[in-house]
Design a protein around this ligand. Structure first.
Ligand code: ADP
Ligand code: ASP
Ligand code: MG
Length: 417
């Protein structure tokens, strides 16, 4: 069995869905498990729905309308018969999510988020599955929430591997073409949970692990894993092969082409991961597999924008040691700040964090009672794996460097944007 993952960019419009069919024709589609994300930027659009709901429903209808019209345009372009069952099913999904928001009593933002946002994936997989039928490709639509079980840590569900493995092993037959949603799972009470933004790559890895799949292919709008994000680096080059370890490092430092959680399950069973272009499906792309370091051996650049650098020092010149560092990390954890980099001396401690959940001012309130805090918002964190003199020079290039950290293989710079 092979697992294919098609992300939002690959199914952002009707042409994208038609192209997905071309990719399947090119690669064959027996023994294949398709994991598909929400179309285009529909997860962001569903986040607007949730926000409007909590803002006393101001703009709720408009937010829903945007999601509805986007999918309707794609369906109109794909299905000539306006009586096609796809319209009915998609309408029912809209009624379901609107019904949920009508009756919901829970004030828990993350819970409501997960019950609502996942409709992006439920709708996209319905449309793609029906279109595959339409062009004569028989396929089986699965609700992944019946197979992947997590705890109830909404918006970042932690997989219950034992249950998930049992459900997948028992429920999936080989020799078929399946299609299901990325990003979604469910908890013990069968409420929807999500695996964190961009989590569909991880879904593909979970399914592959549980099926003992031969390979996973994630189809992207880039030729594969490049040595830098082509949006920020003009001369990014394709990496042909990389080891799991190297890929985990790149993803960890923020190479957003692969979700960081994706690699561990694959590495444990030595399942190769292919990252390929959905525009040039015949090209070999990148293979992540056992052993090989990185080929070609060139410096890799990773940039994370909109980070926060906090420089803390003790109020009374006392050392910042285990207990205060422990308190500090507890606070960072409580405020869901993802730590990207730390550096410490006797009386100072610098930490670069990702303020994903916008809780910086609450955190700063807590910290200012305990430390002197200097905070730089909107900084960029650059990482170079396998750095050399030229690559460092090209990054520094007139930028104001706020912090530098150098290891054997990795150099990190925090700079003003
Ligand atoms: P998906 O449609 O699967 O969600 P993403 O948008 O998450 O795809 O990932 C593809 C994007 O990742 C590319 O368009 C590219 O801008 C970005 N990217 C970041 N780092 C890299 C890298 N090292 N190599 C290739 N692409 C990268
Ligand atoms: N649709 C989800 C998101 O945009 C999951 C994914 O695409 O990986 O975050
Ligand atoms: Mg993505």
């Amino acid at each position: 069995m092979r697992v294919f993952k098609f992300g939002g960019a690959s199914v952002k419009d009707a042409d994208g869905v038609r192209n997905l069919v071309e990719v399947l024709k090119e690669t064959g589609h027996q023994n294949t498990f398709l994991v598909v994300s929400a179309m285009g930027k529909m997860t962001n659009a569903m986040e607007v729905v949730v926000k409007a709901y909590f803002d006393e429903r101001v703009g709720l209808e408009k937010a829903f309308e945007e999601v509805f019209l986007y999918h309707e345009a794609i369906m109109n372009a794909l299905f000539t018969n306006k009586e096609h069952s796809v319209y009915k099913i998609v309408n029912l999904l809209f009624e379901e999510v609107q019904g949920f928001l009508t009756w919901n009593k829970s004030p828990n933002y993350s819970f409501v988020y997960d019950q609502v946002v996942g409709y992006g994936e439920l709708i996209s997989t319905t449309i793609v599955s029906k279109y595959l039928n339409e062009v004569g490709i028989e396929n089986y639509w699965l609700d992944i929430r019946d197979y992947i079980k997590t705890d109830n840590n909404y918006r970042d569900g932690r997989v219950n591997w034992e249950k998930t493995q049992k459900l997948i092993a028992e429920g999936i037959e080989k020799n078929k073409l399946y299609i299901t949603q990325g990003f979604l799972a469910s908890d013990d009470n069968n409420f929807t949970t999500t695996l964190g933004r961009e989590g569909s790559d991880y879904t593909a890895a979970i399914v592959a692990y549980c099926l003992n799949a031969n390979s996973v292919t994630i189809w992207k709008d880039v030729p594969g894993v490049l040595n830098a994000d082509p949006r920020y680096f003009k001369e990014a080059r394709l990496l042909n092969k990389i080891s799991y370890r190297e890929a985990i490092e790149l993803a960890f430092y923020g190479a957003s082409v692969i979700h960081p959680k994706t690699l561990q399950p694959l590495q444990r069973k030595e399942i190769p991961l292919h990252v390929k272009s959905f525009i040039q499906p015949k090209d070999s792309g990148t293979t992540v597999a056992k052993g090989i370091g990185i080929e070609p051996e060139i410096p890799c650049f990773i940039v994370k924008k909109n980070q926060v650098l906090m420089k803390l020092s003790s109020l009374d010149f006392s050392f910042i040691v285990e207990d205060s560092i422990g308190d500090l990390f507890k606070l960072l954890h409580d405020y869901k700040m993802k730590v990207d980099l730390i550096q410490n001396s006797a009386i100072s401690f610098s930490v670069c964090v990702d303020n994903k959940y916008n809780r910086l001012s609450d955190l700063l309130n807590q910290l200012s009672g305990k430390f002197n805090v200097v905070c730089h918002e909107d900084v960029s964190l650059y990482t170079i794996r396998h750095f050399d003199a030229d690559s460092i020079k090209s990054l520094q290039n007139g930028r104001e460097v706020l912090l530098e950290q150098r290891g054997k293989e990795t150099l990190q710079l925090v700079v003003k944007q």
